[in-house]
Design a protein around this ligand. Sequence first.
Ligand code: ADP
Ligand code: MG
Length: 659
Amino acid sequence: MNLNEIKGIGENTLKNLKKLNITTTEDLISYYPFRYNIIKKSNIDELQHEDKIIIDGTIETLPNVFYFSKKKDKMTFKLNTNTKLLNIIIFNRGFLKNKLKIGTTVTIIGKYDKKNNNIVATELRMSPLPLKEQIEPIYHITSGITGKQINNFIIKSLKKENIIDYIPDYLNQKYNLPNKIDCLKQIHSPTSIKSLKYARNKLKYEELFIFMLKIKYLKSKNHKKGLEKKIDYKKVEQLIETLPFKLTTDQLKSIKEIYNDMINENQMNRLLQGDVGSGKTIVSFIALYMNYLSGYQGTLMAPTEILAIQHYNNIKKTLPNIEITLLTGKTKTTEKKQILKKLAENKIDIIIGTHSLINENVQYNNLGLVITDEQHRFGVNQRANLKNKGTNPDILYMSATPIPRTYALTIYGDMDISSIKTMPNGRKEVITLLKNNKQIREALELMYQELKKNHQVYVIAPLIENTDKTDMENIYDLEEKMNKAFGKLYKIGILHGKMKDKEKETIMNDFKENKINILISTTVIEVGIDVKNATVITIFDSYRFGLSALHQLRGRVGRSDIQSYCILISNKETERLNVLTKTFDGFKISEADFKLRGSGDIFGLKQSGDMNFKIANIKNDFNILLKAKEDSTLFIKKYINENKYSHIKALISKSINLD
Ligand code: ADP
Ligand code: MG
């Protein structure tokens, strides 16, 4: 049925509905109320001052209207509730004046001013309260259309529309779920809170079940035929022997999982997850080595220039006999041409770089492995772009952003996951201190103690320079301050995103080689920078950052067995920041962050339309999600190809756009 076949929907209404993204009857029916009003007579004696009130009564005095302008007015009258006489004040209802005769029964909804016996009303209805309590659906609306109208159209189309239930009958039975059509009726005109809840749960379950089916289906499709690699694992073990440290159990396990994916004919599609400092990089190097051993080219992409350079320098040390090149957006044109030529001729085994490795016209000879570091920084589209290079190369994502479990399941549901859960042996928790701006002396004191031991210090500012007159710290002011405090004894360097690459590289190298003792920086060092001898990070105006970002910054220290410190300086939001002094688990921190910020855009999720649920909420409905996950697995395994479920299969394959 088309929208315009519904009685009462004409050209104008169609336009208004379109503003709400409603273009089909399906859209209309699934345009769910975002909340409900419960209409029930208040017991006025129990109300506190300023409570919400719902009450009916008869008009006792003729209304007085005062007009501010044509459309703006204030009306007052007295209402007799049988037990009390109340003063009603309501704005912009002057047009009702003539209907409000003495003795007329009306219902008033508003705020109760107990002290003055007033009600400031938000609603005035020309009828008494219904005897039974009523639950009224409230819809998001736009100008030109009311919630009542929307509800009306929905009820009408529910009578005619053919409603399909996408939950298989055996699951409906298992959970004793109501009919879908009954659920929809409940949602749009509820009869009781209990039935409404059942109805909502069923629709949430259906939505999540379909969602999980899609993810599972995607996952099965993602396991496309890939490269079946031959790897001499003895050589891998030999490399591991030469490393300056012993790999942790989780690192070894991850390597094994990656190895198994590679020798398998299916394409690898794996996420390597592990908290800051857990040692993901070396795992990725070994993955690149295994890929090299099997005769393919490999690439590693980092989110920043500095990090790409760091990876490049490190991997050359780990794999000295292999042809490895660095390519970034800033590589000179002539040099770049050379590199691209060699790459196409298979004279380069491993290439390290930034986004430019996918954005530009980079041709590989036989690409076998693509790794992206700190992958949450890459958008979903960039991820897809990457996959299109080469003939189904193996894909490995690395992320230190610990995604809360719910989200991992949904964003990464189509991937296999390897986790590094334990830190390398001997690591100590970074001692985290919260100081206000008046306690900076104490921070300087601690920094001095560490500098004396020949350790190094990071100082972080939210801004490069003061553009307007904020009182936030900026790099150049801090440089002055640090110079005053330490300039005579220690060397100070600054680093920020607006500097030229060569300058950045020089500064980073000097810091790595301990030629610079104090590095003042913006958050450009947030991701991945690895200097083991740095033991203090002092973050000014730390309230400016999310907890996860601060956790990442903190991860710049404590990267060896030396005790390290993180000093958070802030005059604001100390309660929020305090989480960090007590919590070191990135997962818990991101959960806290998530609760505080509450939206999915932290992870760039907004880009993925799949996450826009109509009724479910993956945060609050996690238990339903888990059930849906389990049930969808079994469904795909056992039932999906049965004839009676063809409508379900059609729905998921239609909505998944596989390229
Ligand atoms: P992240 O997981 O945050 O990317 P890195 O891979 O940069 O962490 O590793 C952090 C530091 O720990 C690096 O200096 C690395 O050399 C070191 N490291 C990695 N694995 C181990 C290990 N098994 N034992 C000791 N140090 C390790
Ligand atoms: Mg890293």
